[in-house]
Design a protein around this ligand. Structure first.
Ligand code: GDP
Ligand code: CA
Length: 325
């Protein structure tokens, strides 16, 4: 296979780690990232896309590495001013970050699509790797707790993922139209990689758009995921508690069941080697390697090794198919 086309589906923190690994790999020139927009929300009248911005800020090296979101060397004067006006300020938006949200909102108000606006922001931050929203429609993820539906950011940021949840829904996803850019990207892909992102609210919100799921299912690409679970836990965030709240286990086997019918391969951490047989019994190939990504070298290593393994798997299976014909 010459210069395989790679598409990454990604959420925020785990998604950005994989995206940074992809950007640093030899596959970067023929790759693109589809980001989650289920977490998008309006604050102070401005459209905020937390996962897309985490991707762009991480890939440009301007992210606050300690927090894992927002820009580094931030100040919060605009937010303090808004607080004095009585606005809710639990969503911590920095002064430099506000410029992104003001630019995005102005452009959307002038009739630009989210795809165009995201391209504009990625260019302003000097990215070469294309970052695409799956749709130009609104598809907000909602979380059910305390007897009612709440926006994802209220659950995640305001309530710090503390409430016991009993439902997740992807509002508008059924009716949403995938963008032509994303459909073309997926159809042309040799490898489709699901980042080690939250399977329910990051990857789940992208796959909830029927055209996206169908296009992945119909593509000839080798589809694989990197697991966000290491030793039956998430590295960060509520994915383990969310899986359990919805009656699933928080481990690689439950993840494989969740992605069954969509993925052909699953990359799991070397300490979870004992999960291999159960996953392969579902017809999903497995690959074990250390998947904790703490520095750029780790990210590049995990992504490059996963993609190389995927290429080997897809060439082996097409050779077998040809031999069977
Ligand atoms: P969010 O949108 O910021 O919540 O981030 P994502 O959905 O993209 O990623 C959250 C997931 O990333 C969590 O379930 C973590 O377990 C996973 N994650 C974070 N860092 C790592 C890592 O270094 N290795 C692996 N395998 N998973 C990770
Ligand atoms: Ca997110």
């Amino acid at each position: 296979m010459t210069a395989p086309v790679v598409t990454l589906l990604a959420g925020g923190v785990g998604g950005a780690k994989a995206a940074e690994g992809l950007q640093a790999s030899r596959y970067a020139d023929h790759a693109a990232v589809i980001g989650n927009i289920g977490d998008d929300d309006i604050f102070h009248g401005l459209t905020v896309c937390p996962d897309i911005d985490t991707l762009i800020y991480s890939l440009s090296g301007q992210i606050d590495r300690e927090k894992g979101w927002g820009l580094r060397d931030e100040s919060y004067q605009a937010l303090e001013g808004l607080k004095a006006f009585g606005h809710e300020t639990w969503m911590t938006l920095g002064d430099k970050d506000f410029a992104t949200h003001i630019y995005r909102t102005c452009a959307l108000n002038s009739g630009a699509t989210l795809t165009e606006v995201t391209l504009g922001i990625a260019q302003r931050f000097g990215l070469k790797l294309p970052i695409m929203p799956p749709t130009n429609d609104k598809v907000p993820t909602q979380i059910h707790f305390d007897g009612q539906w709440h926006s994802f950011q209220r659950y995640f940021v305001q309530h710090q993922c503390q409430p016991e949840i009993d439902g997740i829904r992807y509002q508008g996803a059924e009716q949403a139209t995938a963008t032509p850019e994303v459909l073309k990207q997926l159809s042309n892909s040799d490898i489709i990689l699901l980042a080690p992102s939250n399977p329910l609210v990051s990857i789940g919100a992208i796959l909830a758009i029927p055209q996206i799921r169908q296009t992945i299912q119909n593509s000839n690409a080798f589809v694989l995921a990197i697991s966000p679970f290491i030793g039956g836990q998430t590295v960060k965030g509520p994915a383990d508690r969310m899986m359990r709240a919805l009656g699933k286990a928080a481990n690689n086997i439950a993840l494989a069941e969740h992605y069954a019918g969509l993925i052909q391969g699953l990359v799991i951490d070397h300490q979870d080697k004992e999960d291999q047989a159960a996953i392969e019994a579902l017809g999903i190939k497995t690959y074990c390697l250390p998947t904790l990504m703490q520095c750029l070298e780790d990210k590049a290593q995990v992504v490059s090794a996963s993609l190389e393994w995927a290429i080997k798997q897809s060439t082996t299976s097409s050779a077998t198919e040809e031999a069977l014909l």
